[in-house]
Ligand binder design. Sequence first.
Ligand SMILES: *Cc1c(COP(=O)(O)O)cnc(C)c1O
Length: 392
Amino acid sequence: MTKTNKNTQIVSAGRKKAYTQGVVNPVVQRASTVVFDSVADLKAAAKKRGDKTLFYGRRGTTTHFALQEAIAELEGGEGCALYPSGAAAISNALLSFVKTGDHILMVDTAYEPTRDFCDKILAGLGIETTYYPPGIGAGINELIKDNTRVLFLESPGSITMEVQDVPAMVAKANERGVMTMLDNTWGNGLHFRPLEHGVDISIQAATKYIVGHSDVMMGVAVANKKYWPTLRENSYLLGQCTSADDAYLALRGLRTMAVRLKQHEQAAIEVAKWLETHPLVDHIRHPAFATCPGHEFFKRDFDGSNGLFSFVMKQGNQQAIDAFLDSLHHFKMGFSWGGYESLVTANLSMKGLRSETGWSQGPVIRLHIGLEDVADLLADLDQALAVYESHL
Ligand SMILES: *Cc1c(COP(=O)(O)O)cnc(C)c1O
């Protein structure tokens, strides 16, 4: 068969009859114990263990196999490991490959729990982390040491949205024998596919756009041929597994991801354009806007954007931010993103979230633009920004 479009792939991937038993969606197969008819059957399953063969519940059932196959196809990898959260996917991918005495390079704009994992857990195991500025590009070469094991990227960066020059960094890592991992939650596999740019392991918080309805925690890590066997085996050894019901919901979310993303993308660009001209707003941190650091890499490497972006205020204080947040109606306050609903978070400064790159600009407000009508969202922002101004 000819290579299909990604939008078609996310509809058709993982729908083998062995998983669906003849209906459209996979059967939800809940299991701990798998029972075998004979010693020969048990031995055969043990030999192929984890390789989409029923062996034991922790190693997945047909529901998990369907999701794993679909995500591996989406990201263009050899296999996909499932985790109970995005944070678990990140920590377990790292733990699967590092040992005491190793060094890792972590982007300074990493998701906060990723930084905390390095500083609190990896440091305690004798694994050293160096944070690098997101815009370092090929300059990463100078930070690679003899014991550097992993170069970890997150593009765009959390909250401030810096897009990284992935190919330039991966080329240097490859030259020096350093493996690469990338948190691709924003890029989602439809808009950015790290493995096509030479990254070894692409990680997503499936909690966000794959699940898409704010009702399941799930992490995925897709590895290339070289690293898949170790990632799979070590994640199993670390006890990582998810429920069949959650795998089913993630797969259901995936089927509509392309059409949801189109709406999120269009609405977010409309909102960002409106904010761009607002007198209180300094600039927009949306990868598709020229004011976002690394915009040129977004244009070169990505196929689209989504509902998550930030904007920087010219000035502000905590009271103004709190009053702004309290006055919003459609934008709900809360963590996570990627569901059908609009969300907002705000940071007065980046204190504690960055160590190598300072932040001397105004408050950063991050929006997730959901599937509500854009006119209602703009009206909501308009009145809340007036409240913000009244507190300056
Ligand atoms: C949310 C998020 C995670 C963590 O995912 P959880 O499922 O919430 O643990 C990791 N990386 C990024 C970029 C995220 O936004």
